[in-house]
Design a protein around this ligand. Structure first.
Ligand code: AMP
Ligand code: GLY
Length: 414
């Protein structure tokens, strides 16, 4: 009897649970806390992602064979250290290895030390020193609050005034708490997310994906958790991928081992293809959301078996569907600002694709919205254009009066 516990509640966990449930080796999937869509594949357990002690208690009581962690919140609280100390098998990085995501300054120092290509930068705690540094810098300039800020800690300042105001808020007003800011050069190019399965120095590629971070079409408006994604990126060559794998992902995994923080789990490279080569914008220590929904939709092999192999130090047999796969995120109106919850959803069943649930819950007989990002509609095609048509066709069959979505996912690349 094999039991798997997945931690999280968003679309990425829906995708993970769906794949794990498909495995013939797995008998039971639990998800904490889960959502209405995850209930299709797993038994939802009402324990929050930060309630590490309760999660461990549950895993011990249920004799869970493998736990897979979705969100950074659990990782940076040390869920992996806790589970491991209790003899529980868990796939994710330790608190020490999660630093590559949870501290921007740590990640930048690591990249500098191990010659991993990234934007030039300096770290500041002092407002006056930061002002002196940016005085002669080219605009725009990038300001990153050092710590987890749910994707909201990055400011791309287009004017000196904007840079000053934000630095003041970060270093003097301490809007986000502990005050440390990475200031780095602005990089220009096509961004992509490269996720790899990692166990120490063993690094296995997933297919790259493109994420859409801004809320409005044409990449305007504030940053969000991600408004859409697609695979089979037309701007990446084989040699780009090989470079990103060897010079960035493998190097980072080796660097973490050399630093005594060996990484186990998903290492996510947020990369950019600039005129000057591929560089790192950020690392994450987990599956990306919404990239995971499109990437795992393309995984033809058994994810549970793959993860067990990686954890055992054997080479996983990963198999990918390389057809373009595209996903459109439907959000609550108002996101990433304030929005209402509890809106009733009508979601038809589809043969031509899949609807992942990001922020939903079951309320009596109904499925209702329960977050900023609500659903992600994913479809494949033989071309990117076909994938796009299929995905938006599905969207058109969902009642979206009380939802918002971008109309231009994938469009620029057709
Ligand atoms: P991060 O949280 O570091 O991923 O930053 C969020 C977004 O800000 C990224 O996906 C980029 O679009 C943008 N960004 C961050 N750093 C830079 C940079 N150095 N140059 C250009 N854009 C950046
Ligand atoms: N999609 C970006 C992230 O997961 O951080």
């Amino acid at each position: 009897m094999v039991k798997v516990l997945v931690i999280g509640s968003g679309g990425r966990c829906d995708a993970i649970c769906r794949k794990i449930k498909e495995s013939e080796l797995v008998d039971f999937v639990f998800c904490a806390p889960g959502n209405a869509g995850i209930a299709r594949h797993a038994v939802n357990i009402p324990i929050g992602v930060e309630e590490i002690d309760k999660l461990a208690e549950f895993a011990l009581k249920e004799k869970i064979d493998l736990t897979i962690v979705g969100p950074e919140a659990s990782l940076s609280l040390g869920i992996v250290d806790k589970f491991t100390s209790l003899g529980l098998k868990i796939f994710g990085p330790t608190k020490a290895a999660t630093m590559i995501e949870s501290s921007k300054s740590y990640a930048k120092e690591l990249m500098k030390k191990y010659h991993i290509p990234t934007a030039n930068y300096e770290v500041f705690t002092d407002y006056e020193a930061a002002l002196a540094y940016i005085k002669d810098k080219k605009l725009p300039i990038v300001l990153k609050y050092d710590g987890l800020a749910a994707g909201k800690g990055v400011i791309i300042a287009k004017t000196m005034e904007e840079a000053k105001t934000n630095l003041y808020e970060m270093l003097v007003d301490k809007e986000f708490g502990e005050a440390k800011v990475v200031i780095e050069d602005f990089l220009e190019g096509e961004e992509f997310s490269y996720m790899c399965f990692v166990n120490g120095t063993n690094v296995y590629k997933m297919i790259p994906a493109r994420d859409y971070k801004r809320v409005y079409d044409n990449d305007l408006g504030p940053n969000t958790g991600g408004m859409g994604a697609f695979t089979a990126l037309p701007f990446l060559t084989e040699s780009d991928c090989e470079y990103a794998y060897q010079e960035i992902m493998v190097k980072a995994a080796k660097a973490l081992v050399a630093e005594g923080r060996p990484f186990m789990g998903i290492l996510y490279g947020g990369l950019i293809k600039t005129a000057d080569g591929i560089k790192v914008i950020e690392f994450n220590a987990r599956f990306g959301d919404p990239e995971t929904e499109v990437v795992l939709s393309c995984l033809d092999s058994d994810l549970y078996q793959n993860i067990c192999d990686i954890m055992a130090g054997t080479t996983p047999k990963l198999m990918w569907d390389t057809r373009p796969t595209l996903g459109v995120v439907l959000t609550s109106i108002g996101y990433p600002g304030p929005y209402k919850k509890g809106v009733k959803l009508f979601i038809p069943g589809f043969d031509e694709g899949y609807v992942y649930h990001m922020g939903t819950k079951i309320s009596g007989e109904d499925i209702v919205t329960n977050g900023g990002r609500v659903l992600m509609v994913v479809a494949s095609g033989y071309t990117l254009e076909e994938a796009r048509i299929n995905a938006y066709n599905m969207v058109s069959q969902i009642d979206t009066k009380e939802l918002y979505y971008r109309k231009d996912i994938g469009l620029k690349f057709i």
